[in-house]
Design a protein around this ligand. Structure first.
Ligand code: EPZ
Length: 421
């Protein structure tokens, strides 16, 4: 079990190259199931979630070739040999459910294990199922699996999401691309990863419009062809390292960063005490007069404040001047970083879906435990400013979503290392 050791107190200055977005790469990989041609994805982040999706696709019979030097992965599903996504793979990575829509649309059937809950919530996929039924799929649930059939293919229809769902929108957009007729996804998610996926699908021959708004229209086509697509930069990684600059009162240039990918996050961080400067090649984040002020935060679907940046922002508020009220409106259990931050001396009170953070002069290093991907990185951020040594356990969570984390931070002056224990 690897651990990460951090000696706090260093001001971070330097350049961090952002990786491709994990939450764009995962649905983009699933689009290979929609065609018999080769799909080339560039700027692929090499993370454990990506490896899990590659394992799943390979198990379905997809040919996968990874070129780590060019960060390009090629997929070819012409030799597909299975339409079953087994429990042992799906339980490791919920986004495996993204093979459901493409398999039903292209191959007329799919048997995908129900993902089950996870640390941050029950995370149902009822909307994925209802949406596919609206497109004409017959779906049965049995022995923990979704059994979906559409032997005559899918038929376009309108579907309204009762709750905004990122992967729900992605699953249905991919399925509708090959359905007969028009589909409109209403109350669709608007994340940049959805827009990136729609651009790739259109490059493969799909006819999708309205991506990035709450109504996406898809005119079904007969077939899709191969394509080469470059994955967009990871906005959650960008926000995470922006907070690393803010919390250490530093100055970091985020290569490939684009402030338009964090429309609600950037103004709040500027209110707290940093300055963003956008240039052609990236985004500079510089602390203003070496202090941060508490700001109130509420997580919402894009373009609102991203829930995937909530834990990291809470860490920033722990040593800010004044108080901050943080409300998590997306997931029912996404405050698991709170007890660990309190063990480092933070002053946080949780009432239901809100946490009141009162800034303290400093945090104190301690051994801490991670519980999910974003909670774990919030503890690393805390370790950067805590007095003394912080030991973050269970760093396998980090490896799911942060490529080269220690190296990127060390290159900006952090005293951080991975212990093989
Ligand atoms: C995606 O998860 C992301 N994962 C999550 O990132 C992110 O936190 C989340 O969107 C919200 O932005 C990927 O893109 C792979 P949702 P997803 O469906 O699609 C409810 C990370 O750290 N809901 O948008 O699973 C659900 O319970 C991960 O990178 C239903 O009720 O999230 C939640 O309350 C964590 N029924 C809300 O909608 C459904 O059928 C939003 O969930 C689907 C969702």
């Amino acid at each position: 079990m690897h651990k990460i050791r951090i000696q706090g107190g260093k001001t971070l200055k330097g350049t961090i190259p952002l990786s491709g977005a994990k939450n764009a790469a995962l649905p983009l990989m699933a689009t290979c199931l929609l065609t018999d041609d080769a799909l080339h994805l560039q700027n692929m982040p090499f993370l454990s979630d990506i490896s899990s999706m590659i394992d799943l696709l390979a198990q379905l019979g997809v040919e996968v070739h990874s070129d780590t030097s060019s960060k390009t992965v090629t997929f070819n599903a012409k030799g597909l040999s299975s339409t079953t996504a087994p429990y042992d793979l799906v339980r490791k990575m919920r986004a495996s459910v993204l093979v459901l829509g493409p398999l039903v649309a292209r191959h007329g059937e799919a048997h995908v294990s129900l993902p089950g809950g996870c640390a941050i919530g029950t995370r149902p996929i009822d909307l994925h199922i209802k949406g596919l039924q609206a497109l004409g799929a017959e779906i049965e649930l049995g022995e923990g699996y979704i059994h979906a059939k559409a032997s005559q293919g899918l038929k376009g229809a309108d579907f309204t999401f009762s709750v905004v769902s990122v992967t729900g929108t992605e699953n249905l957009m991919m399925a509708a691309a090959l359905a007969k007729g028009q589909t409109r996804l209403i109350n669709a998610a608007r994340e940049p990863e959805i827009v990136d996926l729609a651009h790739c699908l259109n490059g493969m021959g799909a006819k999708i419009s309205g991506m990035g708004t709450d109504t996406i229209t898809i005119e079904g086509v007969e077939k899709l062809h191969g394509y080469t697509h470059r994955i967009l930069p990871d906005r959650i990684e960008m926000g995470t390292y922006a907070i690393a600059a803010a919390i250490t009162h530093g100055d970091i240039f985020l290569e490939y960063g684009d402030v338009n990918l964090i429309p609600s996050f950037a103004p709040l961080l500027e209110q707290s005490g940093v300055k963003f400067t956008q240039s052609e090649t990236g985004l500079r984040v510089k602390s203003v007069n070496g202090k941060n002020h508490g700001v109130d935060i509420m997580t919402e679907p894009f373009p609102g404040f991203a829930t995937d940046l909530q834990a990291q922002a809470m860490t920033l508020m722990c040593t800010a001047e004044g108080a901050s009220m943080i409300t998590e409106s997306i997931f029912e259990n996404r405050f698991m970083h709170v007890p660990e931050l309190c063990r480092m001396g933070a002053n946080i009170t949780v009432h239901g879906s809100s946490a009141l953070v009162r800034g303290v002069p400093h945090l104190i290093g301690a051994p801490v435990m991670a519980t999910d991907l974003r909670a774990s990185v919030s503890l690393v951020l805390a370790g950067l400013v805590a007095q003394g040594e912080t030991l973050v356990n269970r760093v396998y969570h980090l490896d799911r979503g942060y490529e080269g984390l220690e190296e990127k931070l060390r290159n900006c002056g952090a005293e951080i290392e991975r212990l093989q224990e």
